[in-house]
Write a protein that binds this ligand. Structure first.
Ligand code: ADP
Ligand code: MG
Length: 323
């Protein structure tokens, strides 16, 4: 099955002074999908996005948007895309409607186009009722919706969203997700960054996991999770000096694929939990090794991240996470 390619990123690199922020990154985004760049703070996500939207020049490699080069054809690329930046620019006395009117001028929309598109967009993001209030009185979720309306004003074929729900409460995040899905359903290709695992999992059709400026793995959330191989059983052992003994006993069980030790327990990948769990518990019992805690789960995106980088993405999650 071949799909139309909207964006082609090829061996992209970016060095700031001495920091290699993006290192030999290649990927494709298909037309009409929601593509996510998932990674911790400092991974290089915003840098990649800023190259794609022509705000930054790459140090090496190239990015093409619908065949247009982000450097050589920058003017034409800009006419094809919309961008919602990570830091919101909305905190002035202007009303929501005035923000859009100002932007319509910047994009050289005709008065007629502006007067049809602006009410449509306010309706789309459900800000009609608040359109004539100063935007600085808006809640975080409302500001974000206005940001998105601003990104959609030029009627882009591709919309870039940098951390679209950073710092929002859960209901606002779910509403933004709905808006992003609605854009995809209208045929817009969406490229977004996030460091929220659940957002990447539930919203994106495909994701690239980025760490230290490099792509660690790429695929649909389901493909990536299946790729971890096996379900996960996690044990916490009461007496920590028994961890190694238990690990050796569990390692030779037939239903067990792999065992990793932690200072206070074991992470075990298993083929079939029905067979593995009783056998693991039996082994612990036989060794009179007391278990403090047992967790069993299907692989999650965090397990994919751990498998690729050796640490959890949550280790450097920002503190303004409202969950
Ligand atoms: N303008 C800049 N000058 C120097 N270093 C930068 C600049 N912007 C980003 N960096 C560095 O590049 C790396 C990637 O940053 P960024 O692309 O913002 O990551 P992310 O969006 O994933 O958090 C980080 O180490 C960051 O400190
Ligand atoms: Mg960023």
């Amino acid at each position: 099955m071949s799909r139309a390619v909207a964006i082609e990123v090829s061996h992209l690199g970016k060095v700031y002074d001495k920091v290699r922020a993006v290192d030999d990154v290649s990927f494709q985004v298909y037309a009409g999908e929601i593509f996510g760049l998932l990674g911790p703070n400092g991974a290089g996500k915003s840098t990649i996005l800023r190259i794609l939207i022509t705000l930054l020049h790459p140090t090496s490699g190239s990015a093409r948007i619908f065949g247009l080069d982000s450097v050589k054809d920058a003017d034409r690329v800009r006419k094809t895309i919309g961008y919602v930046p990570q830091e919101r620019a909305i905190d002035r006395f202007l009303t929501g409607r005035e923000h859009l009117e100002l932007l319509a001028d910047l994009h050289h929309l005709s008065a007629e186009e502006a007067s049809t598109r602006i009410p449509q967009l306010l309706k789309l993001v459900e800000l009609e009722a608040q359109a004539d209030r100063p935007a600085k009185t808006y809640s975080g979720g409302m500001k974000r919706k206005l940001d998105i309306a601003c990104g959609l004003l030029p009627d882009p074929k591709v919309l870039f969203l940098d951390e679209p729900t950073l710092g929002l409460d859960v209901p606002s995040r779910l509403r933004i997700w709905d808006h992003v899905r609605a854009m995809r359903d209208r045929g817009i290709t969406v490229v977004m960054t996030t460091n929220y695992l659940d957002e990447a999992d539930q919203l994106c059709d495909r994701i690239a996991i980025i760490d230290g400026g490099r792509i660690k793995t790429l695929g649909s959330p389901t493909e990536l999770k299946v790729g971890v191989g096996g379900d996960l059983v996690s044990l916490t052992v009461r007496e920590h000096d028994r961890v190694d003994t238990l690990a050796s006993a569990v390692n030779i069980l037939p239903a067990v694929r792999a065992v990793k030790t932690r200072p206070n327990g074991l992470d075990i990948r298993v083929d079939s939990p029905e067979k593995a769990l009783p056998a693991i518990l039996e082994a612990a019992n036989r060794l009179t090794c007391q278990l403090e805690f047992i967790d069993y789960h299907r692989p999650r995106l965090d397990d994919v991240f751990i498998a690729q980088t050796g640490r959890s993405i949550k280790d450097d999650q920002p503190k303004d996470d409202d969950q």
